[in-house]
Design a protein around this ligand. Sequence first.
Ligand code: SF4
Ligand code: SF4
Length: 439
Amino acid sequence: MKTEFSLAQLADPDIKEADKILRACVHCGFCTATCPTYVLLGDELDSPRGRIYLIKEMLEKNRPPTEAVVKHVDRCLSCLACMTTCPSGVNYMHLVDQARVRIERDFRRPLMERLLRGVLARVLPEPKLFYAAMRLAYFARPVAALLPSPSVSTTKPTLLRRLSAMLALAPRDLPKPGPAAGQVFAALGRRRARVALLQGCAQQVLAPRINQAAINVLTRHGVEVVLVKDEQCCGALTHHLGRDDDALARARANVAAWSAEVAHEGLDAILVTTSGCGTVIKDYGYMLREDGDFAAPAAKVSALAKDITEYLAGIEMKPAQSAKGDIVVAYHSACSLQHGQKLTAIPKDLLSKNGFVVKDVPESHLCCGSAGTYNLLQPDIATRLRDRKIANIASVKPDMIAAGNIGCMMQIAGGISVPVVHTVELLDWATGGPRPPSN
Ligand code: SF4
Ligand code: SF4
């Protein structure tokens, strides 16, 4: 694609990067076929190619974002299916991230929307605030019956529909908190490695059992696990809201905390059980590339970051304790894992090796609609995607559904009675841990 940035514009490293990305696009349109919003809505402007044109126009002309740019960029899930499909290697992720930052900076949204986004950016990354919000949402659940359902077929995300979606996602009960930051879990038997495990923000409130399962599996296989004390939310949630100051501050704090741990007792890896977070941590090196103090340590942190399944596939796991051959598991491939980190076969292979009958889900490349805060901000499209995903999952008649991302787990569990568990919970169960709970 031909671009027309001036030399002055190209002096800005972000514009230089955007220019490189745009020039790689040959507008072939292959990406449209796998884009969930294009598949649902059929509008070129809701396809990757259409969004690329809109972003190009905004950046080249150095114009404030128009209503159209905001509408179609907001509808993008950042699922990155387009990057998997693109034959030219267009880095859509870095382009749309830049567009979101510009929208946040230069576009004045309606007051209620600004307030809502502000609350989400403040509450979701802080476990104590998130816990309080979930309790509040539980007591407000009776109100949900009075609000419009998010499943009505429209793409207009009104405030009431968004509130309805938020209440629908709030769980009835919240589990007891998991292990506290700063704890170290010793390897059982001879220590073969030492890793940090990302504690996460929303996940540690909603399902601390996931990281407990990871700790069980790792220590059982001779890996010492540390929950690094000064770690924070990875910044993915605010990054996807275009609030880069917040996201980059969190990235720097985590790079500092993990680098200190590396210098102190050493780390062989930084493990992540929420693939949405893993994708962003693996991108810290890029996000902080212009930061003189943090560029090099951030690149090292990104190189150490691994999804839990990626790490377990690299160590010799003990044979499964009991055959689980009668349990059919539908594997839901989270977008951040399959498109963001290109990890597709590994989780399924681990489950198969540990005795489960693993079934692929039809249309597995299509997002379930969770996508960070997407199901809260675009509940109508998100609900349509979820219903489509659930119909595909149900077609393989599973006993359980496995996924590697808490957002997907909550989204899918909201529409099906089959238990939805994390892949590592099944691996823990197969190697001697407890059976994961039903929904
Ligand atoms: S597939 Fe790639 S090159 Fe083709 S239009 Fe989409 S982004 Fe551009
Ligand atoms: S990230 Fe997903 S929703 Fe956004 S343009 Fe690409 S395929 Fe479409």
